[in-house]
Design a protein around this ligand. Structure first.
Ligand code: HEC
Length: 133
């Protein structure tokens, strides 16, 4: 069997599962709940963990005066806090959200980062997993 034939066979085998995956995407949205939590955790590690304890990733890390995600996740209004974190002190000086006007032009005291609105959804999905612990 030639190389071209072999790879055609491989594709033939994979095609049904690809179709299933595509159907799952349609059913659950871009990433699905589990995928979003994983993405949110990666974003939290990348952007939030230098100040916040986010979970076991940096249990003894973060900045002492900054609330841990565990504590924030168990507040009754955690959803609102996380959905609007970028507008809450001190974040406007450190984060850009494309399409959202920052209410301060103060220079950042640390390196600035960018999150897109869909990143915030993923972060919230990750934080929701902390509530079950
Ligand atoms: C430069 C340090 C820093 C970074 C980076 C940072 N935070 Fe914070 N965050 C803080 C501090 C400090 C507070 C406490 C503010 C207060 O209590 O006044 C806080 C509070 C919060 C709160 C509670 C807000 C409120 O009003 O109760 C949420 C939610 C939050 N952060 C989410 C995030 C998320 C999500 C990220 C990453 C995408 C992040 N933070 C990155 C420093 C940071």
């Amino acid at each position: 069997m030639g190389i071209a034939e072999a790879s055609f066979d491989a594709m033939g085998c994979r095609a049904p599962s690809l179709a299933l995956a595509a159907a799952a995407l349609v059913a659950t949205g871009p990433a699905g709940a589990e995928g979003d939590a994983g993405k949110g955790r990666r974003l939290a590690i990348e952007h939030c963990s230098r100040c916040h304890v986010i979970d076991d990733y940096n249990r003894f890390g973060g900045i002492g005066s900054t609330p841990s995600f565990q504590i924030l996740a168990h507040m009754p209004d955690y959803l609102e806090r996380f959905q609007t974190f970028y507008a809450r002190r001190p974040h406007p000086t450190v984060v850009n959200v494309p399409g959202v006007e920052a209410w301060t032009k103060l220079p950042a005291f640390v390196v600035k980062f960018t999150v897109r609105p869909e990143d915030i959804d993923a972060l919230v999905t990750f934080v929701e997993t902390l509530r079950k612990k």
